[in-house]
Design a protein around this ligand. Structure first.
Ligand SMILES: Cc1ncc(COP(=O)(O)O)c(C=O)c1O
Length: 388
């Protein structure tokens, strides 16, 4: 805080605070190293192109991709999912085909599919949750039909912290010939990612939740799937040859990166990945899951708290305080320098399922510790006193 008071940031699931290494990488890329990529013949541009493509290779290694050609830079997870819907979806999904989503999805993994369904005449099926708020894989199996073309699920829920058994979901989807898209927004900052082990077909995440900058994200897809996908935005960089008679397109990933890309953001994303990788995603998961378990235990000891989500939540805890709207709680906590998220978390169908208009959500990051939990609990007790 500007006045030097400690700030307890419990909103990492919305966006992560940045390590100095990321800020430095961005500053250098915007300053002393700045130049365009893929175009200039001068040496600084050539250097920047090398750095930009090295970042792509770094992402590929970080997520266990077979090749950097499977890594498409996009603005974020939202754009990644829209890209899949508007290219793969438009060509592969037709009237009567089915798309399976789950009750706990973020709007980013609902609305693009609804738009696609409206355009193509496809149907959306919704996979329910278990009692402890996980995606019910038994129910998923029962929902699948030979017409199911896509299953699109959150790897980790942004509201509940529930972790999907992605491998089982992949096996189920593939058993009926469907593709599996994983929304990895909340998994990328806290789990080991290995595309081969997950066996999914598409994976989407945002840089800003992974300690990198806003304005950059990643779409990963199997090379053969990307190869067969038509471009979605036209412009510079995504072409092989342009004439007024006919334009031919570059191979992936360039085919999906029209225009001057987010050069500095990509460089800073690599710095973020270096930072997270050095700490170790397993250690980050364990650190945040332990904090979540402690917080859940403390909240359970308080009167009038309803907890949502499974016991083994991945660093994200949603709850409701009886008689207090989450926005009021969030406002009072802010007076104590505690930042939580209050609202529907872009998951209104999940709120309907939980029968609440909103929840309070505390989400941890690599910098979180027990003092954040203590400050949150002090703030909750004060709120309870205020509300009698
Ligand atoms: C699970 C999940 N999916 C998708 C998104 C959308 O990410 P972005 O807004 O960075 O595109 C978020 C962001 O909150 C999320 O938590």
């Amino acid at each position: 805080m500007p006045d030097g008071a400690p700030w307890h940031y419990l909103d990492t699931a919305a966006t992560a605070q940045k390590p100095q290494a990321v800020i430095d990488a961005m500053t250098h890329a915007l300053g002393r190293d700045y130049a365009t990529v893929h175009r200039g013949v001068y040496s600084r541009s050539a250097q920047m192109t090398l750095a930009y493509e090295a970042a792509r290779k770094r992402v590929a290694d970080f997520i266990g991709a077979k090749s950097e050609n499977e890594v498409v830079f996009v603005r974020g997870a939202t754009e990644a999912i829209n890209l899949v819907a508007q290219t793969w979806g438009v060509t592969q999904i037709g009237p009567g085909d089915r798309i399976v989503l789950s009750t706990l999805e973020h709007h980013s993994n609902i609305v693009p599919w609804q738009m696609l369904a409206e355009r193509t005449g496809a149907q959306i099926d919704v996979c329910p949750l278990t009692e402890d708020h996980r995606i019910d894989l038994g129910a998923l199996e029962a929902l699948l039909t030979p017409r199911t073309r896509l299953v699109a699920l959150a790897h980790v829920s942004n509201v509940l912290g529930s972790v999907l058994d992605a491998r089982v979901a992949a096996d189920l989807a593939h058993s009926v010939g469907a593709k599996l898209l994983l929304d990895g927004c909340q998994a990328a900052p806290r789990m080991v990612l290995d595309m081969a082990a997950l066996d999914c077909d598409f994976y989407a995440f945002s840089g800003h939740k992974l300690y990198g900058p806003t304005g950059v994200g990643v779409l990963w897809a199997r090379e053969e799937i990307l190869d067969a996908m038509p471009p979605w935005q036209g412009g510079g960089s995504m072409i092989e040859r342009v004439t007024f008679e006919k334009t031919t397109y570059a191979p992936p990933p360039q085919r999906f990166e029209a225009g001057t890309p987010m050069i500095t953001e990509v460089i800073a994303l690599q710095a973020a990945i270096d930072y997270v990788d050095a700490l170790g995603p397993e250690a980050l998961f364990a650190h945040e899951a332990a904090l979540a378990t402690t917080l859940r235990g403390e909240l359970r000891n308080l009167n009038s708290v309803t907890l949502f989500g499974p016991e083994d939540s991945a660093g994200i805890v949603s709850f409701a305080l009886q008689g207090v709207h989450p926005h009021d709680l969030g406002t009072i906590l802010d007076e104590e320098n505690v930042a939580i998220r209050a609202g529907h978390h872009c998951a209104q169908p999940l709120m309907d399922h939980l029968s609440v208009p909103a929840t309070a959500r505390a989400s941890f990051g690599l910098y979180s510790d027990e003092s954040d939990i203590a400050a949150l609990l002090r703030g909750i007790e004060r709120t309870q006193r205020i509300f009698g």
